[in-house]
Design a protein around this ligand. Structure first.
Ligand code: UDX
Length: 435
């Protein structure tokens, strides 16, 4: 099929590339010329495992192209995917200005049989609104569908190629059939293709992210309770997880969720609830618990060192909001770093992928260390904010020598408290006894 994908951000680029890889002719459009030029040179603007190779392969096979010319790209497309950004607006609701402007621009160029599909996370009712906009601009009824993405950063290619399910929201069975054909190569593992109304599909995306966020905030609150009452959240996690109704997924306590999806989507759903006259009690709590959790390491540092950190050097391992990505949007590490700087500490940071993004925002306020061990050299304490593999089994004896005092604040529960005690460390973690 001939597909145009509008927006070459993380979602659009992965979507376009994977559809090209299954044999479709894909043209990706972006208004950012520098980005399109870079993509045409084979430079990928984000770090995502496997993506660069897949782009290169499909560009060489001439199935994947990049352009700034929206009109030309749309003219021949049987399917037009909309994957432009829908950032959080002032009131927490999604800002859809980029989407509206794309719809307006592409309308005159659409084939009469084209299907327009939203891939960006958009408020419930957006498909309906696009349908009426297109009716106004073209004078006819166009097919508009919703096809939310459930891609995890760092595993996006795999998630796209082997989805747990594909959800589409359509008004006509014929449109579901077209999208089913498009997804068939990815559903060989007998995973379901679920067709529903556009409103249900749009809602599905928000509900999935809101529930995952709820699980994280829930376990974080339980972890904080364990700390006060003497339990160990890791044992509790095992104790509950074997109950088949509960399970283990997404119940790891930590320093709070970050990234481009959970915080924004929880707040957007909250805003939608309020717009419709409903008090979003649970969503508000999920967001509030998460904001508090992002400061949990700061509180532990304050309890240990006192409120004044001038003259102290703190090392931070892990800046990205999670491993295998260079994404620092809403990353808990940044909340900690801001606090440390405010308290007058010197901050030495390390991250395997995200350092350039942090440097762009923080400039010379931080010391950037290419080697994880350089970051802790002479530091009064180490904070672990992202569970990169590199941090799982460091040389503890070497660390002991390098640190000025052997203190670790572990926001991701990477090490065994008992072993850390035997190694001579003062070790703080989440929801487990401090040793
Ligand atoms: C998420 C959803 O998983 C994906 O389906 C959706 O389409 C986009 O948002 P992503 O933001 O890439 O994907 O990250 P994810 O791996 O889901 O992690 C989100 C955050 O939750 C991270 O900050 C992570 O550290 C945190 N988390 C996750 C926990 O704190 N505990 C857990 O048990 C799981």
């Amino acid at each position: 099929m001939k597909i145009a994908v509008v927006g070459t951000g993380y979602v659009g680029l992965v979507t376009g590339t994977c559809f090209a890889d299954s044999g479709n002719e894909v043209i990706c459009v972006d208004i950012n010329k520098a980005k399109v030029d870079a993509l045409n040179r084979g430079e990928i603007p984000i770090y995502e495992p496997g993506l660069a190779e897949l782009v290169e392969h499909n560009v060489e096979a001439k199935r994947l192209k990049f352009t700034t010319d929206l009109a030309a790209a749309v003219k021949t497309a049987e399917i037009v995917y909309l994957a432009v950004g829908t950032p959080q607006g002032a009131d927490g609701a999604a800002n859809l200005s980029a989407l509206w402007s794309v719809v307006e621009t592409l309308a005159p160029h659409l084939r009469t049989d084209a299907v327009v599909v939203t891939k960006s996370t958009v408020p419930v009712g957006t498909c309906a609104r696009i349908t009426s906009m297109l009716r106004e601009f073209t004078g006819r009824d166009c097919d508009v569908a919703s096809n939310p993405e459930f891609l995890k950063e760092g595993a996006a290619i795999e998630d796209f190629m082997k989805p747990d399910r594909v959800v589409v929201g359509v008004r006509r069975q014929e449109v579901a059939d077209i999208l089913h054909q498009l997804y068939e190569p990815f559903l060989r593992t007998e995973k379901p293709f679920l067709s529903m109304s556009p409103e249900s599909a749009e809602m599905t995306k928000y509900v999935a992210n809101a529930l995952l966020s709820t699980k994280i905030s829930f376990i974080n609150e339980m972890a904080n309770l364990c700390e006060r009452m003497g339990g160990d959240i890791n044992d509790v996690r095992r104790g509950i997880g074997h109950d088949s109704r509960i399970g283990f997924a997404f119940l790891f306590p930590g320093v709070g969720y970050g990234g481009s999806c959970f915080p924004k989507d929880v707040r957007a759903l909250e805003a939608m609830a309020i717009q419709h006259g409903l008090e979003p009690t649970i969503l508000r709590a999920v967001d509030a618990v998460n904001e508090r959790q992002k400061s949990v390491i700061a509180s532990k540092i304050e309890q240990h060192f006192g409120a004044e950190l001038a003259g102290k050097t703190i090392a931070v391992w892990g800046l990205a909001f999670k491993p295998r990505t260079d994404d620092i949007r809403e990353a808990p590490a940044l909340t900690l770093i801001d606090w440390l700087l405010e308290k007058g500490a010197k901050v030495r940071v390390h991250d395997p992928e995200a350092m350039n993004n942090v440097r762009a925002d923080y400039g010379d306020k931080l010391a950037y260390c290419d080697m994880r061990m350089d970051a802790i050299d002479g530091a009064d304490a180490l904070c672990i904010m992202t569970e990169w593999k590199d941090y799982h089994s460091p040389d503890f004896a070497e660390m002991y020598q390098l640190l000025k005092s052997p203190v670790i604040f572990d926001g991701r529960n990477l090490y065994e408290p008992d072993r850390m005690r035997r190694r001579g460390y003062k070790y703080f973690s989440i929801g487990r006894p401090t040793v």
